[in-house]
Design a protein around this ligand. Sequence first.
Ligand SMILES: Nc1ncnc2c1ncn2[C@@H]1O[C@H](COP(=O)(O)OP(=O)(O)OP(=O)(O)O)[C@@H](O)[C@H]1O
Length: 595
Amino acid sequence: MDKYDKVMDLAKRRGFLWNSFELYGGAAGFFDYGPLGCTVKRKIENLWRDFYVLNEGYMEIEAPTIGIEDIFVASGHVGGFSDPLTECGGCSQSFRADHLIEALGIEGVGALDTVQLDEMIVQNNIVCPECGCKLGKSFEFNLMFQTKIGPGTGRPGYLRPETAQGMFVDFQRLSRFYREKLPFGAVQIGKSYRNEISPRQGVLRLREFTQAECEIFVDPDVKTHPNFDKYKDVKLTLYPQAQQADPSGTTIQKTVGEAVADGTVAHEFLAYYVALTNDFLIRVGISPEDLRFRQHLSDEMAHYAVDCWDAEIKTDRFGWVEVVGIADRTDYDLSAHAKQSKVELSVYIEYPEPIIETKFVVKPDMGKLGPLFKGKAKAVGDALKELSAEEIQAAGDEITVTADGESFTVSKNLIAFGEESVKISGKTIVPHVIEPSYGIDRITYCVMEHAYDEEELTADAGADTADDDEGSRAVMRFKNIVAPYQAAVHPLMGKPDLSAAARNLFSEIVAAGIMCDYDESGTIGKRYRRNDEIGIPFSVTIDFDTIEKENKPVTIRDRDTMKQILVPADNLVSVLKDLLSGKKTFEESGEIVSR
Ligand SMILES: Nc1ncnc2c1ncn2[C@@H]1O[C@H](COP(=O)(O)OP(=O)(O)OP(=O)(O)O)[C@@H](O)[C@H]1O
């Protein structure tokens, strides 16, 4: 068993992840989160909210998961959101043509078209991985799930392939909400749907998955970040384009400040969110040595993007996996929606001080134009105001302009013109978008894989009780912040007075907002093993001393070291709170006792 199998085996047995629709034989690309998996995932999402909503101030919105066609025509998903599909002539299974080639260790196939991919399939003698038969010609397969909105022929609709479009479509409302002050942003955490061709990577490639996306609208001329200093000195592991192009190139370590100063990352605003992502992923439990930020190669980056970095996490079976994409998408999204909807999506930016500019101005004599052109006078006047100095100079005594599709000739002495100083108070711009886009399912799986550990136990190093020194234990070393339960309470044995005392303490812990499990079945050693396997950081045991001695001592056991301390029952909740928040270490919280 490799680590993926071990983690998934534990995940299925203990209620983290289950294949969806198992009762009916299942379907690839769908997973259910069981009670513990759902809890871990929610905690990761909530920490993400702490980062983006609480600290960055980008408020959360909730848009429908079904979108109308216009949205995805504008976004380019109807026209070009596809992957190359090849079908086996024998068993009819579908495969990603590019993935079959990449599986041979060949890189840089992302930019090839289907004809080029077919050529490579032939050159490399690639056949169906399932039955060995010849593969059919590749074609582009659109990944969106299509539906109909309403009965009958209905209106075409699509399950959203990303949450981002909700923020773009609501841009005008958001802009007003934020009083048109850039930068502003909004986030969504929710389901996205992609009809992936061949999802064979468990929760890493799903057909229904959870994204947490943030769209930040910025002034194109101001890509500095007000809180840049917070991350300036943080060291990142970067894998820039140049290192990827060099066959012997490896990742490099640089501070965020250095990466911006030497141009490795395009600008401060983008670098800030690369660093914030680094901070977030380490906080949820990703091992820093298995985390890197890879810059998109120029042929992989969208043509409109300025710069784009993926957070990649190393996994045991699948190697480096993209979990977050962070991009400067320029004004592409807003301009595309403005074009499709025919509504201007822009903001007016007032300058701190008005700018005085010398401008050529034309002032038609409206008092005279009125009687001459009657109802058309205003249109004629507006057309005259648009004339340049050159056009007026080139004209003779009369000037001809077009207004409302008609031609009008005006005597030059009915207009005054010349240079004037004008006060310009601001500018109208289409904001640029900085987008950090997180895949929560991939992060949740990686957190589980990085938390998973196995340990050999001996009677004097590790085994908790004489009845349970079985040789080894599996332990999920979850960070306290994501552990599904933060504590567990156990009466040493199932005696009524011990159970009653344990139940009382359990209620106190829960009332303090600590997610706690209660378990009195099996030997205490077996219960500790079960707690280790699901990553409960602290196990509390109530024994006869607790009900007999004056200071009511209870035992707290630390999951990672398996050390134990005694603390008075009356202090239990505050001790647990301090341990969970990291305010105190285990050793500082009570006297270590031998088991
Ligand atoms: N099919 C999927 N299943 C699970 N998560 C996904 C899936 N597709 C995308 N994601 C997540 O959403 C994030 C942002 O989506 P994005 O469109 O940038 O992915 P992508 O570049 O298309 O991913 P990939 O190249 O792996 O298909 C990804 O970093 C990933 O974590």
